[in-house]
Design a protein around this ligand. Structure first.
Ligand SMILES: [Fe+2]
Length: 178
């Protein structure tokens, strides 16, 4: 059962504010990559697509003198930590199952290791799917954050992905023995 759809997330003002900041087009294509990868890794496509869609919701733009400053970002960024908390709060507010909200928040927290001290991290399949989906959509110099998408197209794509997730979660009809 799905408690919250991608479209529910998309239309919320918190998503509009923060996901638009880090790139709506990137969030949507990462969610599509996650849907395909979820099949491959046998993970719940509902959780994978929502975590992928929200993975960058914690981004903060590091600017110095009106210009994006990569060094400043590299040194100070904690977008995965902020994103995990923000995604969790939003999901709970929209009525997500607390266990699902926790799994999604953890996948957001671990979608990148750029902010973590060196060490070995053992990712679950869901966490791996979200990290891989993000990687698949990355462009050099962070250009994926600047791709744009119209509101109409974003809604259409998310409605379609919601349908695909619903279909994937619906058990096949009972087959009669012949
Ligand atoms: Fe990303």
């Amino acid at each position: 059962m799905r408690y919250v759809t991608l479209l529910d997330l998309y239309t919320h003002r918190i998503t509009q504010k923060y996901v638009n900041r880090s790139g709506m087009a990137h969030a949507i294509s990462t969610a599509y990559h996650a849907f395909r990868l979820a099949k491959q890794y046998d993970v719940n496509p509902d959780l994978a697509t929502k975590a992928a869609f929200l993975h960058d919701i914690g981004h903060y733009m590091w600017y110095r003198d009106g210009k994006w400053d990569y060094e400043l970002y590299k040194r100070n960024d904690i977008h995965a930590i902020k994103g995990a908390e923000r995604a969790h709060k939003l999901l709970i507010r929209l009525g997500e199952h607390p266990q699902h909200a926790k799994e999604i928040a953890l996948a957001v927290l671990l979608h990148t290791d750029s902010y973590l001290p060196d060490g070995q991290l053992q990712l679950t399949s869901l966490q791996k799917v979200v990290a891989l989906a993000d990687e698949k959509d990355e462009e050099p110099k962070g250009n994926h954050h600047y791709r744009t998408i119209s509101d109409k197209r974003a809604q259409r794509m998310l409605e379609q992905l919601d349908r695909l997730v619903d279909e994937a979660l619906t058990p096949l009809p009972f087959e009669k023995n012949s």
